[in-house]
Design a protein around this ligand. Sequence first.
Ligand code: HPA
Ligand code: ZN
Length: 336
Amino acid sequence: MDIDAYLRALPKAELHLHIEGTLEPELLFAMAQRNGVKLRYPSVESLRAAYEFTDLQSFLDIYYEGAGVLRTERDFHDLAWAYLERAHADGVRHAEVFFDPQTHTSRRVPIEAVIRGLTAAFREAEKAWGLTARLILCFLRHLSEEEALETFDQARPYLDHVSAVGLDSSERGHPPVKFRRAFAKARAEGLKAVAHAGEEGPAEYVWQALDELKVSRIDHGVRCAEDPALMDRLRREETPLTMCPLSNVKLRVVETIERHNLKSLLHAGLRVTVNSDDPAYFGGYVLDNFRAARAALDLQPAELAQLARNSIEASFLPDADKRRLCSEIDGLPSLA
Ligand code: HPA
Ligand code: ZN
Protein backbone atom coordinates (compact mmCIF):
# COMPACT_ATOMS: atom_id res chain seq x y z
CA MET A 1 0.00 0.00 0.00
CA ASP A 2 1.45 3.41 -0.88
CA ILE A 3 1.06 6.46 1.33
CA ASP A 4 -1.88 7.81 -0.63
CA ALA A 5 -3.82 4.56 -0.37
CA TYR A 6 -2.94 4.46 3.33
CA LEU A 7 -4.31 7.97 3.91
CA ARG A 8 -7.50 7.07 2.11
CA ALA A 9 -7.87 3.77 3.98
CA LEU A 10 -7.45 5.37 7.41
CA PRO A 11 -10.93 5.64 8.96
CA LYS A 12 -11.46 9.36 9.55
CA ALA A 13 -14.05 11.56 11.21
CA GLU A 14 -14.48 15.02 9.73
CA LEU A 15 -15.27 17.42 12.57
CA HIS A 16 -14.77 20.88 11.07
CA LEU A 17 -16.74 21.26 7.87
CA HIS A 18 -19.17 24.04 6.97
CA ILE A 19 -21.76 22.58 4.61
CA GLU A 20 -22.21 25.98 2.93
CA GLY A 21 -18.46 25.89 2.29
CA THR A 22 -18.79 22.74 0.18
CA LEU A 23 -20.79 24.54 -2.50
CA GLU A 24 -18.65 24.09 -5.62
CA PRO A 25 -18.98 26.78 -8.31
CA GLU A 26 -20.56 24.33 -10.79
CA LEU A 27 -23.34 23.41 -8.35
CA LEU A 28 -23.71 27.06 -7.33
CA PHE A 29 -24.33 28.01 -10.97
CA ALA A 30 -26.79 25.13 -11.47
CA MET A 31 -28.76 26.20 -8.39
CA ALA A 32 -28.73 29.87 -9.45
CA GLN A 33 -30.18 28.85 -12.78
CA ARG A 34 -32.91 26.62 -11.42
CA ASN A 35 -33.88 29.17 -8.76
CA GLY A 36 -33.73 32.19 -11.05
CA VAL A 37 -31.01 33.89 -8.98
CA LYS A 38 -28.88 36.44 -10.83
CA LEU A 39 -25.15 36.23 -10.12
CA ARG A 40 -22.61 39.00 -10.59
CA TYR A 41 -20.18 36.51 -12.13
CA PRO A 42 -20.66 35.56 -15.80
CA SER A 43 -19.07 32.09 -15.52
CA VAL A 44 -17.87 29.32 -13.23
CA GLU A 45 -14.28 30.32 -14.07
CA SER A 46 -14.79 33.97 -13.15
CA LEU A 47 -16.37 32.97 -9.85
CA ARG A 48 -13.51 30.63 -9.03
CA ALA A 49 -11.06 33.38 -9.93
CA ALA A 50 -12.64 35.56 -7.21
CA TYR A 51 -11.55 33.05 -4.54
CA GLU A 52 -8.46 35.05 -3.55
CA PHE A 53 -8.66 35.96 0.12
CA THR A 54 -6.60 38.21 2.34
CA ASP A 55 -8.20 37.32 5.68
CA LEU A 56 -11.28 35.70 7.24
CA GLN A 57 -13.64 38.59 6.43
CA SER A 58 -12.69 38.73 2.74
CA PHE A 59 -13.65 35.05 2.53
CA LEU A 60 -16.86 35.38 4.55
CA ASP A 61 -18.16 38.14 2.24
CA ILE A 62 -18.02 35.86 -0.81
CA TYR A 63 -19.12 32.75 1.14
CA TYR A 64 -22.35 34.43 2.34
CA GLU A 65 -22.99 35.73 -1.18
CA GLY A 66 -22.55 32.21 -2.61
CA ALA A 67 -24.97 30.75 -0.05
CA GLY A 68 -27.66 33.03 -1.50
CA VAL A 69 -28.45 30.48 -4.23
CA LEU A 70 -29.57 27.90 -1.62
CA ARG A 71 -33.35 28.25 -1.50
CA THR A 72 -35.18 24.93 -1.32
CA GLU A 73 -35.09 21.68 0.62
CA ARG A 74 -33.83 20.05 -2.58
CA ASP A 75 -30.91 22.50 -2.73
CA PHE A 76 -29.81 21.57 0.79
CA HIS A 77 -30.19 17.90 0.00
CA ASP A 78 -28.11 18.17 -3.17
CA LEU A 79 -25.45 20.21 -1.39
CA ALA A 80 -25.05 17.64 1.39
CA TRP A 81 -25.16 14.70 -0.99
CA ALA A 82 -22.36 16.12 -3.13
CA TYR A 83 -20.22 16.59 -0.01
CA LEU A 84 -20.95 13.11 1.35
CA GLU A 85 -20.07 11.44 -1.97
CA ARG A 86 -16.73 13.21 -1.86
CA ALA A 87 -16.17 12.47 1.82
CA HIS A 88 -16.90 8.79 1.23
CA ALA A 89 -14.32 8.71 -1.57
CA ASP A 90 -11.80 10.23 0.88
CA GLY A 91 -12.35 7.55 3.54
CA VAL A 92 -14.45 9.68 5.88
CA ARG A 93 -16.54 7.35 8.04
CA HIS A 94 -18.32 9.92 10.17
CA ALA A 95 -18.93 13.67 9.73
CA GLU A 96 -20.13 16.31 12.19
CA VAL A 97 -21.32 19.04 9.87
CA PHE A 98 -21.69 22.74 10.66
CA PHE A 99 -24.60 24.67 9.23
CA ASP A 100 -25.45 28.37 9.60
CA PRO A 101 -29.25 28.66 9.91
CA GLN A 102 -29.13 32.46 10.17
CA THR A 103 -27.56 32.75 6.71
CA HIS A 104 -30.75 31.19 5.36
CA THR A 105 -33.52 32.31 7.70
CA SER A 106 -32.43 35.93 7.13
CA ARG A 107 -33.41 35.32 3.47
CA ARG A 108 -36.74 33.84 4.53
CA VAL A 109 -35.69 30.25 3.82
CA PRO A 110 -37.40 28.22 6.57
CA ILE A 111 -35.06 26.37 8.95
CA GLU A 112 -37.22 23.30 8.34
CA ALA A 113 -36.22 23.20 4.64
CA VAL A 114 -32.55 23.49 5.61
CA ILE A 115 -32.64 20.70 8.20
CA ARG A 116 -34.92 18.39 6.23
CA GLY A 117 -32.80 18.67 3.09
CA LEU A 118 -29.50 18.09 4.87
CA THR A 119 -30.70 15.18 7.00
CA ALA A 120 -32.36 13.43 4.04
CA ALA A 121 -28.94 13.26 2.39
CA PHE A 122 -27.40 12.09 5.69
CA ARG A 123 -29.83 9.16 5.81
CA GLU A 124 -29.05 8.20 2.22
CA ALA A 125 -25.29 8.21 2.88
CA GLU A 126 -25.71 6.04 5.95
CA LYS A 127 -27.79 3.57 3.96
CA ALA A 128 -25.44 3.55 0.97
CA TRP A 129 -22.06 3.38 2.72
CA GLY A 130 -22.54 3.31 6.49
CA LEU A 131 -21.14 6.87 6.57
CA THR A 132 -22.82 8.59 9.53
CA ALA A 133 -23.36 12.35 9.64
CA ARG A 134 -24.73 14.66 12.31
CA LEU A 135 -25.50 18.39 12.44
CA ILE A 136 -23.84 21.15 14.46
CA LEU A 137 -25.97 24.30 14.54
CA CYS A 138 -23.71 27.36 14.41
CA PHE A 139 -24.55 30.83 15.62
CA LEU A 140 -23.14 33.71 13.58
CA ARG A 141 -20.99 35.62 16.06
CA HIS A 142 -21.19 38.96 14.20
CA LEU A 143 -24.93 38.97 15.06
CA SER A 144 -26.39 39.52 18.52
CA GLU A 145 -26.98 36.96 21.25
CA GLU A 146 -30.70 37.82 21.03
CA GLU A 147 -30.69 36.67 17.42
CA ALA A 148 -28.85 33.48 18.39
CA LEU A 149 -31.52 32.75 21.03
CA GLU A 150 -34.30 33.33 18.47
CA THR A 151 -32.58 30.96 16.06
CA PHE A 152 -32.30 28.33 18.76
CA ASP A 153 -36.03 28.64 19.42
CA GLN A 154 -36.78 28.18 15.71
CA ALA A 155 -34.61 25.03 15.72
CA ARG A 156 -36.27 23.58 18.80
CA PRO A 157 -38.67 21.22 16.92
CA TYR A 158 -35.70 19.72 15.06
CA LEU A 159 -33.21 19.23 17.88
CA ASP A 160 -33.35 15.45 17.44
CA HIS A 161 -31.27 16.04 14.32
CA VAL A 162 -28.70 18.28 16.04
CA SER A 163 -25.73 17.03 18.12
CA ALA A 164 -24.18 20.31 19.16
CA VAL A 165 -24.12 24.06 18.82
CA GLY A 166 -21.15 25.94 17.40
CA LEU A 167 -19.93 29.50 16.89
CA ASP A 168 -18.54 30.83 13.61
CA SER A 169 -18.17 33.90 11.36
CA SER A 170 -16.06 37.02 12.11
CA GLU A 171 -14.00 36.25 15.21
CA ARG A 172 -12.22 39.50 16.09
CA GLY A 173 -14.33 41.74 18.29
CA HIS A 174 -16.89 38.98 18.91
CA PRO A 175 -15.62 37.07 21.97
CA PRO A 176 -17.21 33.77 22.98
CA VAL A 177 -18.58 35.29 26.20
CA LYS A 178 -21.05 37.28 24.08
CA PHE A 179 -22.95 33.97 23.62
CA ARG A 180 -22.84 32.63 27.18
CA ARG A 181 -26.62 32.44 27.64
CA ALA A 182 -27.32 30.92 24.22
CA PHE A 183 -24.78 28.17 24.86
CA ALA A 184 -26.09 27.52 28.37
CA LYS A 185 -29.57 27.10 26.92
CA ALA A 186 -28.34 24.64 24.28
CA ARG A 187 -26.40 22.62 26.85
CA ALA A 188 -29.47 22.51 29.09
CA GLU A 189 -31.26 20.81 26.16
CA GLY A 190 -28.57 18.11 26.16
CA LEU A 191 -26.57 19.41 23.23
CA LYS A 192 -22.78 19.47 23.14
CA ALA A 193 -20.93 22.67 22.39
CA VAL A 194 -17.99 23.61 20.18
CA ALA A 195 -16.68 27.00 19.07
CA HIS A 196 -14.28 28.55 16.59
CA ALA A 197 -11.56 30.20 18.65
CA GLY A 198 -7.95 31.20 18.12
CA GLU A 199 -8.19 31.36 14.32
CA GLU A 200 -7.80 35.14 14.02
CA GLY A 201 -8.76 35.87 17.61
CA PRO A 202 -6.38 35.69 20.59
CA ALA A 203 -5.67 32.79 22.94
CA GLU A 204 -7.95 34.58 25.43
CA TYR A 205 -10.92 33.60 23.25
CA VAL A 206 -9.94 29.93 23.62
CA TRP A 207 -10.01 30.31 27.43
CA GLN A 208 -13.44 31.92 27.15
CA ALA A 209 -14.78 29.16 24.90
CA LEU A 210 -13.69 26.62 27.54
CA ASP A 211 -14.77 28.54 30.66
CA GLU A 212 -17.85 30.44 29.52
CA LEU A 213 -19.27 28.21 26.77
CA LYS A 214 -18.02 24.89 28.20
CA VAL A 215 -17.07 23.55 24.79
CA SER A 216 -15.97 19.96 24.14
CA ARG A 217 -13.68 20.95 21.25
CA ILE A 218 -11.96 24.05 19.89
CA ASP A 219 -12.33 24.73 16.17
CA HIS A 220 -8.95 25.89 14.77
CA GLY A 221 -7.13 26.91 17.99
CA VAL A 222 -3.97 27.82 16.06
CA ARG A 223 -3.18 30.71 18.40
CA CYS A 224 -3.25 28.59 21.58
CA ALA A 225 0.48 28.15 20.96
CA GLU A 226 1.00 31.75 22.15
CA ASP A 227 -0.05 30.81 25.70
CA PRO A 228 1.86 28.05 27.54
CA ALA A 229 -0.70 27.85 30.38
CA LEU A 230 -3.44 27.29 27.81
CA MET A 231 -1.37 24.62 26.08
CA ASP A 232 -1.02 22.87 29.45
CA ARG A 233 -4.72 22.96 30.04
CA LEU A 234 -5.63 21.67 26.56
CA ARG A 235 -3.19 18.79 27.03
CA ARG A 236 -4.41 17.94 30.54
CA GLU A 237 -8.08 18.04 29.57
CA GLU A 238 -7.47 16.32 26.22
CA THR A 239 -9.47 19.02 24.46
CA PRO A 240 -9.53 18.30 20.72
CA LEU A 241 -8.47 20.96 18.23
CA THR A 242 -10.15 20.68 14.82
CA MET A 243 -7.43 22.14 12.62
CA CYS A 244 -7.71 23.01 8.92
CA PRO A 245 -4.29 23.56 7.35
CA LEU A 246 -5.34 24.56 3.79
CA SER A 247 -7.90 27.00 5.19
CA ASN A 248 -5.27 28.59 7.42
CA VAL A 249 -3.00 29.19 4.43
CA LYS A 250 -5.79 30.64 2.25
CA LEU A 251 -6.98 33.00 4.98
CA ARG A 252 -3.40 33.91 5.94
CA VAL A 253 -3.67 32.64 9.51
CA VAL A 254 -0.27 31.04 8.77
CA GLU A 255 2.24 32.24 6.18
CA THR A 256 2.84 28.86 4.58
CA ILE A 257 1.73 25.33 5.30
CA GLU A 258 5.34 24.47 6.21
CA ARG A 259 4.92 26.89 9.13
CA HIS A 260 1.68 25.34 10.36
CA ASN A 261 1.88 24.35 14.03
CA LEU A 262 -0.26 21.21 13.85
CA LYS A 263 2.74 18.91 14.08
CA SER A 264 4.32 20.74 17.00
CA LEU A 265 0.98 20.78 18.84
CA LEU A 266 0.57 17.06 18.16
CA HIS A 267 4.07 16.47 19.57
CA ALA A 268 3.21 18.62 22.58
CA GLY A 269 0.50 16.06 23.35
CA LEU A 270 -2.57 17.96 22.16
CA ARG A 271 -5.45 16.12 20.51
CA VAL A 272 -5.01 17.58 17.02
CA THR A 273 -7.31 16.61 14.14
CA VAL A 274 -7.17 17.47 10.41
CA ASN A 275 -10.26 18.79 8.61
CA SER A 276 -11.26 20.79 5.54
CA ASP A 277 -13.35 23.77 6.81
CA ASP A 278 -14.73 25.15 3.48
CA PRO A 279 -13.29 22.84 0.85
CA ALA A 280 -14.98 24.42 -2.19
CA TYR A 281 -13.26 27.72 -1.34
CA PHE A 282 -9.92 26.62 0.09
CA GLY A 283 -8.74 24.15 -2.52
CA GLY A 284 -9.19 20.78 -0.92
CA TYR A 285 -11.24 18.19 0.92
CA VAL A 286 -10.04 16.27 3.96
CA LEU A 287 -7.71 13.93 2.08
CA ASP A 288 -6.12 16.93 0.34
CA ASN A 289 -5.52 18.45 3.78
CA PHE A 290 -3.87 15.25 5.00
CA ARG A 291 -1.73 15.04 1.84
CA ALA A 292 -0.65 18.68 2.02
CA ALA A 293 0.17 18.49 5.74
CA ARG A 294 2.10 15.25 5.29
CA ALA A 295 4.19 16.64 2.47
CA ALA A 296 4.91 20.01 4.11
CA LEU A 297 5.56 18.75 7.64
CA ASP A 298 7.05 15.37 6.76
CA LEU A 299 4.43 13.51 8.80
CA GLN A 300 5.20 9.83 9.25
CA PRO A 301 2.63 6.99 9.05
CA ALA A 302 2.43 6.74 12.86
CA GLU A 303 1.64 10.47 13.07
CA LEU A 304 -0.97 10.21 10.32
CA ALA A 305 -2.61 7.29 12.12
CA GLN A 306 -2.59 9.33 15.34
CA LEU A 307 -4.36 12.22 13.60
CA ALA A 308 -7.02 9.82 12.30
CA ARG A 309 -7.37 8.16 15.73
CA ASN A 310 -7.72 11.60 17.32
CA SER A 311 -10.57 12.45 14.95
CA ILE A 312 -12.49 9.33 15.96
CA GLU A 313 -11.83 9.91 19.68
CA ALA A 314 -12.79 13.59 19.41
CA SER A 315 -16.11 12.84 17.71
CA PHE A 316 -19.46 12.57 19.45
CA LEU A 317 -19.85 8.94 18.33
CA PRO A 318 -20.86 6.33 20.91
CA ASP A 319 -17.90 4.57 22.56
CA ALA A 320 -18.59 1.27 20.80
CA ASP A 321 -18.29 2.96 17.39
CA LYS A 322 -15.10 4.71 18.45
CA ARG A 323 -13.58 1.40 19.52
CA ARG A 324 -14.57 -0.29 16.27
CA LEU A 325 -13.08 2.45 14.09
CA CYS A 326 -9.90 2.71 16.18
CA SER A 327 -9.32 -1.03 15.97
CA GLU A 328 -9.66 -0.70 12.19
CA ILE A 329 -6.89 1.87 12.29
CA ASP A 330 -4.72 -0.43 14.40
CA GLY A 331 -5.38 -3.30 11.99
CA LEU A 332 -4.18 -1.48 8.85
CA PRO A 333 -0.98 -2.91 7.35
CA SER A 334 2.00 -0.84 8.42
CA LEU A 335 3.82 0.98 5.65
CA ALA A 336 7.24 -0.38 4.74
N1 HPA B 1 -14.02 30.73 10.47
C1 HPA B 1 -15.11 31.37 10.90
N2 HPA B 1 -16.29 31.27 10.32
C2 HPA B 1 -16.41 30.48 9.27
C3 HPA B 1 -15.32 29.79 8.76
C4 HPA B 1 -14.06 29.90 9.41
O1 HPA B 1 -13.03 29.31 9.05
N3 HPA B 1 -15.78 29.09 7.69
C5 HPA B 1 -17.10 29.36 7.58
N4 HPA B 1 -17.48 30.21 8.52
ZN1 ZN C 1 -14.58 26.83 10.25
